[in-house]
Each structure stands twice: as structure tokens, then as C-alpha cells.
Design a protein around this ligand. Structure first.
Ligand code: UD1
Ligand code: MG
Length: 484
């Protein structure tokens, strides 16, 4: 095999994707958390492409913005105003490659499962020929362009719509990926005509053009990673394959992924060694999981930073938050955006946090709402505590200083501050700041009435017995309504 030349990639992504039935351009639909088009672009870059030109049409501003955010100036956008075929699309990309004399690898933006290895092999396969292409052999070739060979050599591609009956029987198809010498490609593109069933400029016609220049090298490749996404069912299939790939990658990198089929981990998520990911976990966006952390069944984390040795018990739902070292959450905890749990802090069952800092070693183990709070170290928050942060107009802050203790079923009406080491008695509604080391109690004083319960019970029982007796008499009495 010859040494690989340097190459640029052209990714075709101008199509609207009508069959997606979507307002979102097809190539922006996410696959494992990345826009579909990012996958072939990444594969091209990973394979060593010097630059990547993406041909855009439908929704191009949005697609261009996504690409710029993700790849910066490694990717250039070219515009195809009107979709006049795959050959026309590549023509539209060529001005962006003016003067480039390496090879040009062509890919589709709606083929997310493509691996860098396929691009590398394709780029390496051209050798002395002007063109190389991947081919697949499949059971049902309907709809695909067929590879026409003579004496074993590829001599052309004929589109399904243009094919004869005999050609339609060919089961070797064109998945649509090519590597071409740039000079040859420019000439071949110039020579394309729309003389075919669809009245389009077919990129496939460059294969015929290569025949007189030494022909095309064909590399057989499994179709599985080259499948195009045209509708949402295919999107779901591709996503499933990608999801499994991501799970396998983490498993091979030392993460215990209990069930490879039942986790949904976005491609950009980072997970440390010896972390444990249980079934039914969804990790989205820029989430990172520290070493030895445990993410138990049913957790859903979006853009969350989980530090080493943290424990997330089942059904922790968290967004845009951080969970510190050896901290623990759940079961059934909810961290809304801006929640910051320091090391060794804990929230338990049915605790909701929002834009709140929970200091080192501080705990809220049961049933609480902690919104807009600053909670220092070693604070204990009893069951049923509510931060009353909203007054109908704005959000106010509750500050709990180090080591204070909030009794169960208390309300803290913000803005309010509980000083260092202070106690808040159970059932207190705190409306005034509590000085350090003070006890705040704000509930009615209890009084016991001796014997009252027994007397009350007797009175209630007598009333109930009387009512029963009256009902029985009314029903059993002679001369009642039923007789007439
Ligand atoms: C093309 C191939 C066919 C191959 C099939 C594999 C041609 C003529 N035919 O057919 O041999 O078997 O792919 O899927 O190339 N695109 C543009 N601008 C255009 C037209 C297409 O950017 O004007 C993009 C689309 O967005 C898509 C890709 O090119 O990502 C392929 O286009 P599509 O219409 O699906 O190609 P097919 O006609 O199916
Ligand atoms: Mg088409």
C-alpha cells in the first residue's frame, strides 16, 4: 500500500432532509449529543484532514454557527444555493480549496457512524490512480447507486433510477465516499452534465472520468458504519449504535458500565477510572464524572461536574451543577442550575436545590427546598426545611453560617441570615436574622389539657352512636315509603 498523501475533506450537507419532517436542518439533529454533521467532520479531522470544507444550503446560518463553535477555523463553510446534485455540491466546495494540490476526500454530512479508520483507508487507497472509493455489498441494494465492473475493474456507477434491470441486480453499491487527486477532481467536475433521470450533476460520474486515467481503486467496507440518516427512525438506529460505541469506549477505559445497552452517554462526557455507571443512567452535554464516583440507577445529569468518590444514589436529577468529592445525593434528589455541593456534603430523599452552595460536610437529608442559599460548612438542615426565597417579585438569599443547626419543618424567609453555631428550633418560621450561637424559636407555646382527649372521644362516640340509631329507625319503621 502506498504512502498516504495529505488531504482535505469535503462534507456534503446542503440537503434539507425533508423526510425528517423537522424545522431543524437534518444535519443538526443530535447523535449522542453532537450534531450529526459533527461526526463526519470529526472523523475527517481524526484521520488527518488538513482542512474540512462543509457544503451548506438549507438552514446554513445555524449549521455554520454550530460548526464554528465546535471546530473554529479548522472547518470552512461553502454554500450551495440550489441543490443541483452531489456533483454540483462538490463544485461549490472547490473555490474554498483553490490552489490546494493534495487529495480531496468526499463524505456526507448525514452519515454519522463513519469512523476515522474508514477515511484513513480511503485516503490511503488511491495510490497511482486518480480516484478511490468505498463500496459495500448488501442484500437489498434498492435506491443505491450500483458499482459497475468490467474484468473486475470499477468502470462506473449507475444510479438506481438510471439503471437497467440487469444493473439493478448488482449487489455492490456506492455508499458515497471518495478520495480524488485534486487536479483530476477539478477537471472531472467541470465535465459533469445533468444528462440523467434526475437532471442533476452526479458526483458518481467522476468514476467514469477516472477510467481513462488509470481507473478507480475500490475498498470494500461494511455498510453498518456508512448508513445514511434520512428519517427519525434511522436517526434512532444510528443513535443506538453510537450510544453503544460510547459505552464500550468508557468500559475499555476502566469505567464499570454495568449494562452497555442501557446507558445513554453523550460523546463529550468524560468519566474517570473505576467510576461505576449503573443501568438507566443518562449523562448529557459536558458532564464529567470523577474517579471512583458511583452513579446509580436512573440518574440524569446534564452539564454536571461530579468529583472523585462522590455517590449519586438512584434517581438523582441534576443540571448545570457541581457535586464535590465524597459528596452524596439521592435517592430522588434534584439539583437545579447553579447548585454547588462541596466535598463531603449530602442531600437526600426529595431534596431540591437551586442556585445554592452547600458547604463542606453540610447535610440536608430529607424533604427540603434550598433555593438561593449560601450554606457554609458543617450545617445540619432538618427534614422539611424550606428556603422561602421568592417574594413574588425577586429572589432573596438565605445565609446559614458555619456549624448552625436548622430544626425540622422550619421556614427561612429570605433575605435572612443564621449566625455561626446558632440553633433554629423545630417548626420555626425565621424572619429575622439569628445571631451567632443564639437559639431562635418561633412557634406557639404548647399547653397540655389533662384528660381532655378521653372526654372528647366519649363525646364524639356518643354523637356517632345516636346518628346510627336514628338511621336504623328510619329504615326499619312500619308504614315506610316502600309499602305503597
Ligand atoms: C447518492 C449517490 C448514490 C449513492 C448514495 C448513497 C449520487 C449521484 N448518487 O445518492 O450513488 O448510492 O448517495 O447514499 O451522488 N447533497 C448536497 N447537495 C445536493 C445533493 C446532495 O449537499 O445538491 C448532499 C445531501 O445533503 C446528502 C448527500 O449529499 O448528505 C447525498 O445526497 P442524496 O440525495 O442522499 O444522494 P442520493 O441521491 O441518495
Ligand atoms: Mg437524491
Amino acid at each position: 500500500m502506498s504512502e498516504r498523501r495529505s488531504f482535505a475533506a469535503v462534507v456534503l450537507a446542503a440537503g434539507q432532509g425533508t423526510r425528517m419532517k423537522s424545522d431543524l436542518p437534518k444535519v443538526l439533529h443530535p447523535v449522542a449529543g453532537r450534531p450529526m454533521v459533527a461526526w463526519p467532520v470529526q472523523a475527517a479531522l481524526d484521520a488527518g484532514a488538513e482542512r474540512v470544507v462543509v457544503v451548506l444550503g438549507y438552514g446554513r446560518e445555524r449549521v455554520e454557527a454550530e460548526l464554528a463553535a465546535r471546530f473554529g477555523d479548522r472547518v470552512t463553510a461553502a454554500v450551495q444555493e440550489e441543490q443541483r446534485g452531489t456533483g454540483h455540491a462538490v463544485r461549490c466546495a472547490m473555490p474554498a480549496l483553490e490552489g490546494y494540490d493534495g487529495d480531496v476526500v468526499m463524505l456526507y454530512g448525514d452519515v454519522p457512524l463513519i469512523e476515522a479508520e474508514a477515511v484513513e483507508r480511503l485516503a490511503a487507497a488511491r495510490g497511482e490512480r486518480p480516484l478511490a472509493l468505498l463500496t459495500c455489498t448488501i442484500d437489498d441494494p434498492t435506491g443505491y447507486g450500483r458499482i459497475v465492473r468490467e474484468g473486475g475493474e470499477v468502470v462506473g456507477i449507475v444510479e438506481h433510477k438510471d439503471a437497467t434491470e440487469a444493473q439493478r441486480a448488482i449487489d455492490e453499491i456506492n455508499p458515497g465516499l471518495y478520495a480524488a487527486e485534486a487536479g483530476f477532481l477539478r477537471e472531472a467536475l467541470d465535465g459533469l452534465t445533468a444528462d440523467n433521470a434526475q437532471g442533476e450533476l452526479y458526483l458518481t460520474d467522476i468514476v467514469g472520468a477516472a477510467v481513462s486515467r488509470g481507473g478507480a481503486a475500490a475498498v470494500p467496507w461494511p455498510l453498518a458504519s456508512l448508513l445514511g440518516v434520512n428519517d427519525r427512525a434511522q436517526l434512532a438506529e444510528a443513535s443506538r449504535t453510537m450510544r453503544r460505541r460510547v459505552a464500550v469506549r468508557h468500559a475499555k477505559d476502566g469505567v464499570t458500565v454495568r449494562d452497555l445497552e442501557r446507558v445513554d452517554i453523550d460523546a463529550d462526557v468524560v468519566i474517570g477510572r473505576d467510576a461505576i455507571i449503573e443501568p438507566g443512567v443518562t449523562l448529557r452535554g459536558r458532564t464529567t464524572i470523577g474517579e471512583r464516583a458511583r452513579v446509580d440507577v436512573g440518574c440524569v445529569l446534564t452539564d454536571v461536574e461530579v468529583a472523585a468518590d462522590a455517590t449519586l444514589l438512584p434517581y438523582t436529577v441534576a443540571t448545570d451543577s457541581t457535586i464535590g468529592e465524597r459528596a452524596s445525593t439521592g435517592p430522588f434528589s434534584h439539583l437545579r442550575p447553579g447548585s454547588r455541593m462541596a466535598e463531603r456534603s449530602k442531600i437526600g430523599n426529595f431534596v431540591e436545590m437551586k442556585k445554592t452552595e452547600l458547604g463542606p460536610g453540610s447535610k440536608a437529608s430529607h424533604l427540603a427546598y434550598l433555593g438561593d442559599g449560601i450554606i457554609e460548612a458543617d450545617v445540619n438542615i432538618g427534614a422539611g426545611t424550606i428556603f422561602c426565597n421568592y417574594d413574588g417579585f425577586g429572589k432573596n438569599t438565605t445565609i446559614l453560617e458555619e456549624g448552625c443547626f436548622i430544626g425540622s419543618d422550619s421556614q427561612l424567609v429570605a433575605p435572612v441570615r443564621v449566625g455561626k453555631g446558632a440553633y433554629v428550633g423545630t417548626g420555626t418560621t425565621v424572619t429575622l436574622d439569628v445571631p451567632a450561637d443564639a437559639l431562635a424559636v418561633g412557634r406557639t407555646r404548647q399547653s397540655n389539657k389533662a384528660g381532655y382527649a378521653a372526654r372528647l372521644r366519649a363525646r364524639l362516640k356518643a354523637r356517632k352512636d345516636a346518628a346510627k340509631k336514628a338511621a336504623a329507625e328510619a329504615e326499619g319503621a312500619p308504614g315506610d315509603a316502600k309499602k305503597d
